[in-house]
Design a protein around this ligand. Structure first.
Ligand code: SF4
Length: 390
C-alpha cells in the first residue's frame, strides 16, 4: 500500500493579514490546548472514520505538514501530544519529510527544539516580502532583517530544508521592490521557494475592498494585473538562473528539494488532513473519496461542517489532468490512457492541438505540459481543455 501524507492545520495567528483568505484568525492562544485535544481525538478516530467511508487508510506515513495559520505558535507540550497521538496510530517512516510553517519571529527556541526532537526537518517561512513597507502595509509583524535572522537561526539549529513564500501583488509593490525580494531569496541560498499571486476574493479584507473599489487596506496601491504577471515572470526567470527551477505553478526548488508532501497532492497520492478546514483524499476501491472538516474553530470543535465527496472516474480523470499539468514535468498521455481508458484521452486531441497551436501548451511525444505563457493563465487553459474534453 502507498504511504500516507498527513496535513495538520493550526489556524491560530497573532494577527490577521489583510490579504489572507485562509480559515485562520487571531484566536486567543488560551484556546490552543482545547484545539490540540481535538486534533488528538481526530487522529485517534481516523481509522474508524476511514472505515465508515470504506476508504483505505495507509498505516505508514512519509510526509507530515503543519500548516495554517501559524503552527510555529504551538507550545512544546502541544507538539508532544500531537506527535504521540500520530505515533499511536501510524508508523512514521524513517526519513519522513516533516514540515512546520512558521511566521518569522513567531517560533520560540523551545518549540524549535521540541519540533526537531520529533522529526521536524523542514521549515517553511511565510515571508511574503523582504520589503518592510509592503509587509507593514498588509499587517505582517516582521521585518526583512527579522526574516534573515530567522533563516540563520533555523539553519544553525540544523535544519537546511528551508522554504520561503513570497506574494506577488502586495500593496506598494513595484518592479524594483519585487526585485529586492527576489534577490533576498536567491542570496539566502534556501533550496525552496514559493510565489503566489495575490488572490482577490470576498474572503480577505483586502480582497473585499478591491472588489468594492474602496481605498482601505492600501487597496489603491495594489499593482495592476499586468504588473503582477510581470512579477511572476521575473521570478521564474531569476530563480531559474539561480538554480531554483520552477517545478509547479507556484513552486521552485533546487534539484532534489521539491516538497515531497505537496507533490502528493498533484500526483493524487493519499493524504489525511486534520484540523480546521483540512482536506483529505483516500483511495476507495478503484476510485477515491475526498472529505473536508468544517472551516471554523466552532464547527471543528463539534464536528460540524464536514463534507464528503466521492470521486467518480470522470472527476478522477479531470483531476489527474489538471493536477498533473500544474507540474512542469507535465502529464504522460499513455499513463492517463492506462488508468482511464483511451476514449477519454482521445477526446483531448482536438483541444490540445488548439492549445499547442496557440502557444499555451507544449507536446513532446507522449508528454503534454503548459508553456510558460500557459502557466500565466493556467485556469483559462484548464477551462479550455475541460470545455471540450470532459
Ligand atoms: S497569511 Fe499566514 S500569518 Fe497571515 S493571517 Fe494568513 S495564515 Fe495567518
Amino acid at each position: 500500500m502507498e504511504s500516507l501524507g498527513i496535513y495538520i492545520s493550526v489556524p491560530f495567528c497573532k494577527a490577521k493579514c489583510t490579504f489572507c483568505n485562509f480559515a485562520s484568525g487571531a484566536f486567543g492562544l488560551e484556546r490552543m490546548d482545547g484545539y490540540v485535544d481535538g486534533l488528538v481525538a481526530e487522529i485517534a478516530a481516523a481509522r474508524v472514520r476511514a472505515a465508515e467511508l470504506k476508504a483505505e487508510l495507509p498505516g505508514s506515513v512519509d510526509t507530515i505538514y503543519f500548516g495554517g495559520g501559524t503552527p510555529s505558535l504551538l507550545e512544546p507540550k502541544q507538539l508532544q501530544s500531537i506527535f504521540a497521538a500520530l505515533r499511536r496510530e501510524f508508523e512514521i517512516a524513517a526519513g519522513a519529510e516533516v514540515t512546520l510553517e512558521c511566521a518569522p519571529g513567531q517560533m520560540s527556541e523551545a518549540t524549535l527544539e521540541e519540533a526537531m526532537a520529533h522529526g521536524v526537518n523542514r521549515v517553511s517561512f511565510g515571508v511574503q516580502s523582504f520589503v518592510d513597507e509592503e509587509t507593514a502595509a498588509v499587517g505582517r509583524l516582521h521585518t526583512a532583517e527579522a526574516c534573515q535572522a530567522e533563516i540563520a537561526r533555523v539553519r544553525a539549529a540544523g535544519i537546511s530544508e528551508i522554504s520561503l513564500d513570497l506574494i506577488a501583488g502586495l500593496p506598494r509593490q513595484t518592479a524594483q521592490s519585487w526585485k529586492r525580494s527576489l534577490d533576498a531569496v536567491v542570496e539566502s541560498g534556501v533550496p525552496h521557494a514559493s510565489v503566489y499571486m495575490l488572490e482577490v476574493d470576498e474572503e480577505s479584507r483586502l480582497g473585499k475592498e478591491l472588489i468594492a473599489g474602496g481605498p482601505r487596506y492600501q487597496a489603491t496601491a495594489v499593482p495592476t494585473d499586468e504588473a503582477m504577471t510581470e512579477f511572476y515572470a521575473r521570478a521564474i526567470e531569476q530563480f531559474g538562473e539561480a538554480g531554483l527551477e520552477q517545478y509547479e505553478i507556484s513552486n521552485f526548488a533546487r534539484e532534489g528539494h521539491a516538497s515531497r508532501h505537496n507533490l502528493k497532492y498533484w500526483a493524487r497520492e493519499p493524504y489525511l488532513g486534520l484540523g480546521v478546514d483540512a482536506h483529505s483524499m483516500l483511495r476507495k476501491g478503484d476510485g477515491a473519496v475526498r472529505f473536508a472538516n468544517g472551516d471554523s474553530l466552532e464547527d471543528y470543535a463539534v464536528g460540524a461542517g464536514c463534507e464528503v465527496t466521492s470521486v467518480d472516474p470522470d472527476e478522477a480523470f479531470e483531476e489527474a489532468l489538471f493536477l498533473g499539468l500544474r507540474r512542469n514535468v507535465g502529464v504522460r498521455l499513455g499513463e492517463l490512457e492506462r488508468e482511464f481508458g483511451s476514449a477519454r484521452v482521445e477526446d483531448l486531441d482536438a483541444p490540445l492541438r488548439e492549445l499547442v497551436q496557440g502557444g499555451l501548451m507544449c507536446r513532446e511525444g507522449d508528454t503534454v505540459r503548459l508553456s510558460g505563457r500557459g502557466r500565466l493563465i493556467s485556469n483559462e487553459v484548464f477551462g479550455e481543455l475541460l470545455r471540450v474534453a470532459v
